[in-house]
Design a protein around this ligand. Structure first.
Ligand SMILES: *Cc1c(COP(=O)(O)O)cnc(C)c1O
Length: 380
């Protein structure tokens, strides 16, 4: 099992340094020692979000901070515009629905990206929209939304700009302050390459101002409680955090800082471009519009004549490479290669060698080495 290479859009392979950090003794979460680690980790998170504002760790998966993000800045009955072009855009809407927040869906065809103009039109048409939710990297379709350009539109409106960067932060460009993002959320197990179970969130001043006017409809995820505890000296969290995962986040973020955020993002773009080129060389078809295809995950159509279970099953069992399937109506028709976290040429070579052997053996391509050959060119 240890030999399985995770080419997934989360969880991603965790570096031994991070695993070792987790084996440190568990300390009192109300101690000075924990407070120091928490403060340092929150500061590193703000550095990665590229914000002057405070960030807060919340023990939970990415969905927890999506919920914290949206439920604390809108009262029941207030309206949010949800951009929905895949599973995670849909999730933001479902969360808002669950809190009695009024939702308006801006539906985008799966595989394509929303445009800044569409957002502008929607905001011009309805002044009651209090917030807009956008998923930066729609992991289900392999599409990156233009969050920088949308940010330029959002600057001219009072509506809050809520962005999910769970599968993009530290793998693609995210600059919270420059993009005018009010609420930004991310998770541990994607590009940050820590184990699953920890999430992070940051609020702008406008988001906090909105939060002051919201009668909290959540308890565990009440952002005012995280702010109050986080601002104590030593810093705390309101409820018992995963101490071990805090160590893991701390170490993973230090590794990102050592690599350099810009270099890390460039490494992800290079892997994405190499993946797309190698996939094409094997005759595979991209699910997403290539112009907006993601820096961290590539969704590809399963060639006709193959079944998802045999394709991904053989690649996993015989070659030790775990690929992701499609979600919802894409299940069985699409598979996804995650190239996020600690991924470089080495992992891509193993992946494309395995796929090439499988595809040639099954008569889908004549030259199963074409993907690997393309990778050589990409990494020359
Ligand atoms: C993974 C992911 C999430 C969060 O999922 P969890 O399973 O709750 O961690 C949210 N948004 C996007 C875009 C994701 O890729």
């Amino acid at each position: 099992m240890d030999d399985i290479l995770l080419m997934l859009p989360g969880p991603t392979t965790v570096h031994p340094r991070v695993l070792n950090a987790m084996s440190q003794a568990v300390v009192n979460h109300r101690s000075k020692r924990y407070g120091e680690i928490l403060t340092e980790t929150n500061e590193l998170m703000s550095k990665m979000f590229q914000t002057e504002n405070q960030s807060y760790l919340i023990t939970g998966s990415g969905t927890a901070v999506m919920e914290a993000g949206i439920s604390n800045v809108l009262n029941a009955g207030e309206k949010v515009l949800n951009v929905v072009g895949g599973k995670f855009g849909e999730r933001f809407k479902k969360i808002a629905d669950a809190h009695g927040i009024k939702t308006q869906e801006l539906a985008v065809e799966w595989g394509t990206a929303v445009t800044p103009e569409q957002i502008k039109e929607a905001l011009d048409a309805d002044e009651s929209i209090k917030a807009v939710s956008v998923v930066h990297n729609e992991t289900s379709t392999g599409v990156a939304a233009p969050i920088k350009e949308i940010g330029k539109v959002m600057k001219n409106y009072d509506a809050l700009y809520i962005v999910d960067t769970v599968s993009s932060l530290c793998g693609d460009e995210v600059d919270v302050d420059k993009y005018n993002i009010d609420v930004c959320v991310t998770g541990s197990q994607k590009c940050i390459a820590a184990p699953p179970g920890m999430a992070a969130i940051t609020y702008s001043d406008d988001a906090w101002a909105a939060c002051e006017n919201v009668d909290s409809h959540t308890f565990y995820l009440d952002m005012k409680a995280y702010r109050k505890s986080g601002n104590k000296d030593p810093a705390e969290t309101p409820y018992t955090p995963s101490v071990s995962l805090t160590y893991a986040m701390n170490e993973a973020l230090k590794m990102i800082d050592e690599e350099g955020l810009d270099k890390r993002v460039a490494r992800h773009h290079k892997a994405a471009n190499a993946t797309v080129a190698a996939a094409k060389a094997l005759g595979l078809e991209l699910f997403a519009d290539e112009k907006v295809s993601s820096a961290t995950v590539t969704a590809l159509k399963i060639p006709e004549g193959l079944t998802d279970s045999d394709f991904r099953g053989t690649i996993r069992d015989e070659f030790g490479v775990e690929l992701a399937g499609g979600q919802d109506h894409l299940k069985g028709n699409v598979f996804r290669i995650g190239h996020m976290g600690n991924i470089s040429y080495k992992e891509l070579f193993q992946t494309f060698a395995a796929m090439g052997i499988y595809l040639e053996r099954n008569g889908i391509v004549e030259d199963g080495a074409a993907g690997v050959s393309s990778l050589v060119k990409s990494y020359l």
